[in-house]
Design a protein around this ligand. Sequence first.
Ligand code: AHM
Ligand code: MG
Length: 332
Amino acid sequence: MGHLVTLGEHILNNQKRVGHSTGELSHLLSCIRLAAKVVNSEINKAGLVDEIMGQYGKTNVQGEAQQKLDVYANRKFIDAFEAYSQVCGVASEEEDSFVAFESDECMQGKYVLLIDPLDGSSNIDVNVSIGTIFSIYKRKSLRGTKANLDDFLQRGTEIVAAGYIVYGSSTMMVLSVGNGVHGFTFDPSVGVFFLSHEDIRIPKSGKIYSVNEGNYPFFSDGIKEYLKYCKEHDKETGRPLTSRYIGSLVSDFHRNMIKGGIYLYPETTLAPQGKLRLLYECKPIAFLAEQAGGKATDGENRILEIEPKALHQRTPLIVGSSDMVDKLHSFL
Ligand code: AHM
Ligand code: MG
C-alpha cells in the first residue's frame, strides 16, 4: 500500500512550497481541521441528541430561522480561532457583525477569516448533507491593532485560501491555497483527513444543471430560456440535461465539480440580489471553482472581482463547468 497523505502533511508541504512562509496560515488551517472534526462528530450525533435538533428559537441577522447546530458550529469555529490566535478577526454568516479579537496574540494575526459555519442548515433535520464554507484573507489594517470592516470587505481576488467541509455520506474537506483544489476524506476510525482527491479539475462541460426551479415564474426571461434549453431533446448536444438539486450549496457544488455541471441561484423578482451571500458563500465557492478550472459569475461579472459593500451582501450566482457557464451567458 502506498503512503497515505494526511491533511496535516499536505498543509506542511504547502508551507515548505511557499518557502518564506511563517507557518501562520498552516496553523490556521490546522485549527479549521480540528474544529471541523469537533463539528463533524456533533453533526453525526444530530439524529440522536434531541436538545441540539430543531430550531434554536431565534432568527439570524437575515431573518432566517437558526437551527441549534448552526449556533453550535458557529461557536465552535469562532472559539477555536480565538484560542489558536492565528486570525485577528472572524466574520460569520451567523453573526450580525464581525468579531475582532482583542488579545495581543490575536491582534498580531496576519489574517482574517470569513465563515458560513453550517450552510444548508434547513437540511439538518432531514439527514441531508450540509457544509461549512470558509475563506482567508490577509488583513488590510496594521498588525497589532483591532481588525476593522475593511479587512473583511475585500475582493475575492485577494483570497489566500478557501475551502469547504461537506458532511455527506462521508465527511470531506476540499481546500485550495491557490495551487489547485485538493480533497481530503475523513476516516472516523482514526480521526484523520486523508488526501483522496488530488488536483480536482471540473470537467469543461457536463450533464447536470442545479437550480431551485420552483422559482421559475420569478426568473428573468434569459434564465427561463436557458432552462428550456436544458430540457430540450437534442441528441447531438446530449440534451436534455439531468436535473439535480439538493438545496445545500456545498453538496450541489461538490457534485457538479466532480461530475461536471452548472449550479445557478439567479436573481428573482422577489429577491433582486438573489439569495446567497457574496462573502460567506459565493466568493469562496468561486475561488475553488476557478482553481479547479471552472467559472463563477453573477450573470455579468466574475464573482471574485465584485467589490463588496456590506458583510451580508447577497449576489446571484452561476458556477460550474466553464463551457456551461458560457452557454448560460449566451442567453442573458
Ligand atoms: P442557508 O445559508 O440559510 O443555509 O441558505 C443557503 C442555502 C444554500 O446552501 C442552498 O444552495 C440554497 O440556500 C438553497 O436555497 P433554496 O431553498 O431557496 O433553493
Ligand atoms: Mg449559508
